[in-house]
Ligand binder design. Structure first.
Ligand code: ATP
Ligand code: MG
Length: 556
């Protein structure tokens, strides 16, 4: 079965078409190379789906490669979470799973090759001196006094660096390119540094580690990647990427193509900021549903399909721009609309007593699970003379155009009968505690009754069979008006009301056995998903994925 193209024809596909036509490559091999130093977020999902989509589209191969060449920040915990997230997005990588640290030997050999060609040298300048000698955007750099060491001396020193004869930071291996190059990345960049750090994969085998700009092109080339697709900040590194694969002598070197990162309005994606939110206890871990890490989106109730749809709508481009969070919300609504049952749930309850309904009687009403999708079938919903309705579906003195319950007014109880409000009770503070009504037995839903019409329909839950639950409502973690970052000090502008917990919600009994990640539409309110961390069969917890109202209009 042909896989659907994940993201529609774009400039990257045009480049690939050209490369295939000209015979530069005979097969498309792409990769996603995360550094295992944090959780993946929605921006990474873009890169994953783009690379995987291209591999599928061209009948090629996709590699998941952990870029674990920097032992300081890497953790096995992140490797596991990244695998879980990539798999959840529907990407099949088990056969093509790689670790950059498996190539340390090859990288070392590549460095030796460069030294032998006179293209790399060991430099003893201090980090400060190296910075000084590098020059600036407007001033060329100066040659290092160690630049003209002989090949033999460099080979000897580099081997001794590897053998641990020198102190951390005392020497580096540098490429010998051009200290006056306009592109600062080409001014004899560092290829290897000395750092005595244990690596999660290679332990203490190495005390020298390659720099990203040297390691990355080699990783790609070793794996036979054809198109190394990365984000725009690497555009200025492309000449170095090309220099490395050419000088090391790879036969069919990969080609780097850059695209613009995905940015979302009013969300926090930077690892640094998320880490701070977690550490400051503002959010409940990396998977807090207000975040847009993939695990947070999953916990909130987003589906892989909705994320793919979002990536298709936002497209791939060379120009930096921001996508609207409302578009992501539109995608999850679209995805769940026909797939999920529509249930009745009362989030802010008051009692509705139907005084003329036979005392002690309960009847079962047959209700369509999703009116727009008959395939989802029907369920039975209990009804009696004591119900819960939402507090805001009743008003003592309604404004104009309020068609819900108020004294004397008749409304339809969704899937049940017409009721007319006959009165209400209040507590000593004047808060409404009970609403009274009479029902008309002739008006049962589905009975064909059409003698009169009512303007308002409200939903309800039968009181004595209701399931009590906690419902969490979310808003942006940052203040929408002020923007994500504080202009003065760069800190986050936190929205103090980003989480609202409703502890006394009543759901219809069919929701009693809902399991983590199950999601539903709660009619008139939104889509909700059972929380995977805190929900138990005794204490159900739902996250609101998205409300039903939309501020986003797709331009189809
Ligand atoms: P962050 O800066 O958010 O922590 P990162 O770039 O440091 O992310 P890596 O693990 O180095 O994270 O990235 C893996 C891949 O994901 C890289 O190829 C990177 O270009 C890509 N990527 C990261 N952020 C985005 C984004 N917002 N949109 C698209 N691709 C992204
Ligand atoms: Mg990074």
């Amino acid at each position: 079965m042909a896989e659907e193209t994940m993201i529609s024809k774009n400039f990257i596909e045009q480049e690939i078409d050209k490369d295939l036509r000209e015979g530069v490559y005979d097969k498309v091999v792409t990769r996603f190379p995360p550094e295992p130093n944090g959780y993946l977020h929605i921006g990474h999902a873009k890169s994953i789906l783009l690379n995987y989509g291209l591999a599928k589209e061209y009948g090629g191969t996709f590699h998941l490669r952990f870029d674990d060449t920097n032992p300081t920040k890497e953790k096995t915990e992140f490797v596991d979470s990244i695998k879980r997230d990539v798999a959840w997005l529907g990407v099949d990588f088990e056969e093509e799973l790689y670790f950059a640290s498996d190539y340390f030997d090859k990288m070392y050999e590549a460095a030796v090759t460069l030294i032998k060609k006179g293209k790399a040298y060991v430099c003893d300048l201090t980090p400060e001196e190296i910075r000084e000698y590098r020059g600036t955007l407007t001033q060329p750099g100066k040659d290092s006094p160690y630049r003209n060491r002989t090949v033999e001396e460099n080979l000897d020193l580099f081997e001794r660096m590897k053998n641990g004869e020198f102190e951390d930071g005392s020497k580096v291996l540098r490429a010998k390119i051009d200290m006056s190059a306009g592109n600062i990345n080409m001014r004899d960049p560092i290829l290897y540094r000395i750092a005595r750090m244990s690596h999660h994969n290679t332990g203490d085998n190495w005390c020298i580690y390659p720099m990203y700009d040297f390691a990355h092109p080699i990783e790609d080339a070793v794996e036979g990647i054809s198109h190394s697709i990365c984000t725009l900040e690497f555009e200025d590194h492309r000449p170095l990427y090309e220099w490395v694969v050419r000088e090391v002598g790879f036969e069919r070197p990969p080609r780097q193509i850059e695209f613009a990162k995905l940015y979302l309005t009013n969300v926090v994606t930077g690892k640094r900021y998320i880490k701070k939110l977690v550490e400051d206890g503002i959010v409940d871990g990396w998977d807090d549903p207000r975040l847009v890490s993939i695990s947070a989106l999953r916990r909130r109730g987003f589906t892989p399909e909705s994320i793919k749809m979002f990536m298709e709508l936002s497209g791939v481009s060379k120009a930096q721009s921001s996508s609207d969070y409302a578009m992501l919300e539109y995608c999850i609504r679209e995805d769940l609309k026909l797939k999920r049952p529509r249930m009745m749930a009362v989030l802010d309850p008051i009692k509705l007593v139907i005084d003329n309904y036979p005392q002690g009687q309960t009847e079962q009403l047959s209700v369509a699970n999703n009116m727009e999708n008959p395939e989802l079938g029907e369920r039975m919903v209990p009804f009696s003379g004591e119900l819960y309705i939402n507090r805001d579906d009743f008003m003592i003195e309604p404004p104009k155009k309020y068609f819900r319950l108020f004294p004397g007014n008749e409304v339809r109880l969704m899937n049940a009968y017409f009721v007319t409000c006959t009165g209400y009770e209040t507590d000593e503070d004047g808060n409404v505690t009970v609403v009274h009504a009479d029902y008309d037995p002739e008006t049962k839903s589905g009975s064909g009754f059409n003698a009169r019409k009512v303007k308002g329909t409200i939903h309800w839950v039968n009181a004595d069979t209701a399931v009590k639950a906690e419902v969490r409502l979310y808003e942006n973690i940052v203040d929408e008006e002020k923007g994500v970052y504080n202009k003065e000090d760069g800190s986050l502008n936190i929205n103090p009301d980003s989480l609202k917990v409703l502890t006394e919600c009543y759901l219809e009994p069919a929701l009693k056995d809902a399991k983590p990640y199950d999601s539903f539409q709660f009619v008139r309110q939104g889509f909700f998903c059972v929380d995977n961390k805190d929900s138990t069969s005794e204490h159900l917890v739902f996250n609101r994925i998205v409300s039903l109202k939309s501020s986003y209009k797709p331009n189809k």
